[in-house]
Design a protein around this ligand. Structure first.
Ligand code: PLP
Length: 357
């Protein structure tokens, strides 16, 4: 089977096999890594290796802390303003879709902010205002944006030019393409798409943005406390951290992020290419803003939606039902999805079109 779920998503098969082999007797220790103290030598080593591998993969500069936190993407929706907002200064929020809108709704509880919507419809297509045209305040405490909108299937690459620190929700795109960490103040991502199981949340934060010691931030969301305690202020999601480490090693074996970017581009071209030449399926996102991770598509005849989903499932193609806000179908094709998975989907789509078109 191939699992096209938007999250929690498919993990690489090799990683699942290794985890299965190691599950109840990790490296001959007689118990699972899941059952070991996070302060013991074994887990500390697993944790440090995972961080180092991630640092290698993303070439994370030394003046950035890597935090393995709890609470998912939504936890960071609160953590970002709690850690970064300055008293009496507002933040800029860019709204390109459902998740950046949800981030605004949460942040409004903690900071003054200015939100601007950059998604619009043009000639029947959903498109985005390019980063060069965003209205930004150089003195804002930070600029928050989400370059890949998982629900909307929209992605942008260009970064704005501003003096304010850039804060990006990379939940559904981290490790899928080249990233220059030094351009950002904070990067965060829920693990459950390109990293590992849900629960674990990765935050990469430039040291000068850590809050001062003793801030009145809930402890589990406090970047300073997490950094000063090597992400072990409270018990971290140890098993998810270990699995993330296996994924990072797998990514290194694949050739790293640049190799993934090429592979992901080919997967996306294969799927969009087929959709575009078909009269039966369509994608309504302007081509320059199409996501390479989350591909929504619509059937001309919407009464066939349920049949498409159930026949796909019978053919081992799982979780293709679109998000209720967008409708139709959505194929999420994160790092762990091989090209053959996308090719198998296209073959199925062709056959479905032949029979029902
Ligand atoms: N941000 C993005 C881009 C997402 O795709 C998601 C979930 O899919 C979230 C945030 C929310 O993450 P969580 O469910 O881990 O809170």
């Amino acid at each position: 089977t191939y699992n096209f779920c938007a999250g929690p998503a498919m993990l690489p098969v090799e990683v699942m096999q290794q985890a299965q082999e190691e599950l109840i007797n990790w490296h001959g220790r007689g118990c699972s890594i899941m059952e070991m103290s996070h302060r013991g030598k074994d887990f500390m080593q697993v944790a440090a290796q995972a961080e180092q591998d991630l640092r290698d993969l993303l070439a994370i500069p030394d003046n950035y802390k890597v935090l393995f936190m709890h609470g998912g993407g939504r936890g960071q929706f609160s953590a970002v303003p709690l850690n970064l907002a300055k008293t009496g200064v507002s933040a800029d929020y860019i709204v390109s879709g459902a998740w950046s809108k949800a981030a605004v709704e949460e942040a409004e509880k903690f900071t003054a902010l200015k939100a601007q919507n950059i998604q619009l419809k043009q000639d029947g297509l959903r498109t985005l205002v390019p980063a060069s045209e965003w209205q930004l305040n150089d003195n804002a405490s930070f600029v928050h944006f989400c370059p890949n909108e998982t629900v909307d299937g929209m992605e942008f690459i260009d970064l704005p030019t501003t003096n304010a620190p850039l804060v990006a929700d990379l939940s559904s795109t981290i490790l899928s393409r080249h990233l220059d960490v030094s351009r950002y103040g904070v990067i965060y991502a829920g693990a459950q798409k390109n990293i590992g199981p849900s629960g674990l949340t990765l935050t990469i934060v430039r040291e000068d943005l850590l809050p001062v010691k003793g801030s009145s931030i809930p402890s589990v969301l406090d970047y300073r406390l997490a950094a000063d305690n090597d992400s072990m202020f409270n018990t971290p999601p140890t098993y998810a951290w270990y699995l993330a480490g296996l994924v990072f090693q797998w990514l290194k074996r694949q050739g790293g992020v640049e190799a993934m970017q090429q592979r992901n581009a080919l997967k996306a071209q294969t799927l969009y290419g087929y959709i575009d030449q078909s009269d039966f399926y369509r994608n309504d996102v302007a081509p320059q803003f199409r996501s390479s991770m989350n591909v929504p598509f619509l059937l001309g005849d919407e009464t066939l939606n349920d049949l498409f989903v159930s026949e796909a499932e019978s053919n081992g193609l799982l979780a293709l039902k679109g998000h209720r806000m967008v409708g139709g179908m959505r194929a999420s094709i994160y790092n762990a999805m091989p090209l053959e998975g996308v090719q198998t989907l296209v073959t199925f789509m062709k056959e479905f079109e032949r029979v029902h078109g």
